[in-house]
Design a protein around this ligand. Sequence first.
Ligand code: COA
Ligand code: AMP
Length: 632
Amino acid sequence: MGYQAEHRKSIENPEDFWGKQAEEIDWFEFPKTILSQDSNQSYRWFEGGKLNTSYLALDHHINSGRAEQAALIYDSPVTGQQQTFTYLELRDAVARFAGVLKNHGVVKGDRVIVYMPMIPQAIIAMLASARLGAIHSVVFGGFAPNELAVRIDDARPKLLVTASCGIEVQKVIPYKPLVDEAIQKSNFPPEKVLVLQRPQVTADMKDGRDLDWETELSSANPTEPVPVDSWDPLYILYTSGTTGLPKGVVRDNGGHAVAMRYSMKTIYNAKPGDVYWAASDVGWVVGHSYIVYAPLLHGCTTVVYEGKPVKTPDPGAFWRMIEEHQINHFFTAPTAFRAVRKEDPDAEFLKKYDISSLKGLFLAGERLDPPTYDWLQNILDIPITDHWWQTETGWAIAGNPMGLEPHQPKSGSATLPSPGYNVTVLDEEGFEVSKNTQGNIAIKLPLPPSCLPTLWGDHDRFKASYLDQFPGYYSTSDGGYIDEDGYVFVMGRTDDNINVAGHRLSTGEMEELIGSHAAVAECAVVGIDDELRGQVPVGFVVLKDGVTAEPESIEQDLILLIRQEIGAVAYFRQAAIVARLPKTRSGKILRKTIRRLAVETDVPVPPTIDDPKIMTELLDAMQSKGIGQFSK
Ligand code: COA
Ligand code: AMP
């Protein structure tokens, strides 16, 4: 079946379509109903199905002859280590670690927080949690204690799993002090903290609460997978909302397993046995779906890379990995290749490696900007696929269906809606716009399997965030258009989320933090275009009357505040002190105008601004600080 027919079928008869896809996984009990609605009126997939995601990712393949195939390759240029786990070895490690969790009282439905660097034990902890039917919540290791504390309080975990440190190029970052601080700040601390001691740092342990990974393993028994219902959550993954409270995206077991398998075939054209590498982090959705679950559910070999695109040790890192591990499918964020291109514009390092194993390159996390796409096209002779998705969906909303019917890509487009997604563009009133007209990208309900049915503990927020704006649709908060051939062009967020080096962050949260500073009267944080990172947050701050401190010292305070409260990944490095902010007559700050001023010349004065001088004041502030177009 070609793409058009497959997509049409998935929209016109979703039950039949996904019912067939569900037959591809090894359920303990096949679902009784394919599509139904729960007590919240959320659409749900595969009611009555019983399964275990860890069983499907590991035991199932051992039962079907893949016991000796590599399941996971760990490659860590920052420690000089490499390690391969066969499916049998990974299953045994997971089953035993599940025994540790069980010994400490973790049962189906309990939450387990995983705060770890990119090491195999992070994946083992996730799969062990899934094996018990517990719900893991992985927190990105680059987040500061406050972010971890907020997630602890929302998820209320029974247990937290961590490592003594992470390694960022040459910088060793002790994790345990961060965990201790987060627990101290939280109102619902975990009962136990399991710590993997790495050779680079020995973490201090708190008697009665902290447990040593190796000691605990030595007294644990392997544990069998616990059957769960399709609708039972597999994980909660927090993502940026519009406030300091992140949104706990809930992923269920059944829909997720079916969609992951389907995506491996349809979007990536990956075959069981292939080597699939997503150079991301398990703390992000790309890591959940395409480092951990999808490759393993599909019987592929997955790759865990503890390194960067550059500096570990050079911009040839990706090419070295592809040759050395015979990688067939590679997935990363455009920003990673912008970093490579910056250091190796003529791709000299590529010449040193044989990357003929590579069949496809996939990019997501932000729009694949045309200059990066052109550069990649010039240096590689394999298909390059931009695909668009969100933490909320867990897999591509739009992409090039490489396993179904590859389409001619168009620069700047994520290509076509994936089967299962009825994608449309709506104006502010909720009416469909015509082709090539920009608007709000929305998805007509029901969403396909794997997409979130709710937010953890807050269904009202789920409705308010995603469903209320356009009744009958899921609002993506991305703006863009669909062209005459049905290609989807995603142009950027319509809310205050920004994308910094492939990391989704909330400027609203940054504004809340900056607003808490004693000297600040009001502020706006906007995402300014950046050649390497896509966007970087910049603050525009009005001080309270009578503040005498030097602007430079206030700026440093604010930079430190964001670093301490959110983390270095926020990359908040500039705050301009200004006399006033542009606003509408009703007092709404015109953030879009500020953003445009930073990158464009001749920005028209918005009609709601009474005093046009405010535009010149802002431009002067940007120029003196070297912000956006004024940077050197
Ligand atoms: N733990 C602790 N700190 C971390 C971290 C982690 N996991 N990840 C990043 N940081 C820190 C860095 O050490 C750095 O700190 P510094 O300010 O003290 O130097 C800061 O956060 C910014 O890091 P980063 O944005 O990674 O900048 P970089 O210059 O080191 O690297 C890129 C730039 C583009 C190479 C890198 O951001 C990258 O690979 N991005 C791709 C992200 C990605 O895969 N996203 C998933 C979507 S597919
Ligand atoms: P996250 O939930 O962290 O994966 O971030 C999701 C957001 O990243 C989306 O809402 C988009 O704004 C952006 N994004 C991800 N992939 C793409 C893409 N291929 N093209 C354009 N924007 C993208």
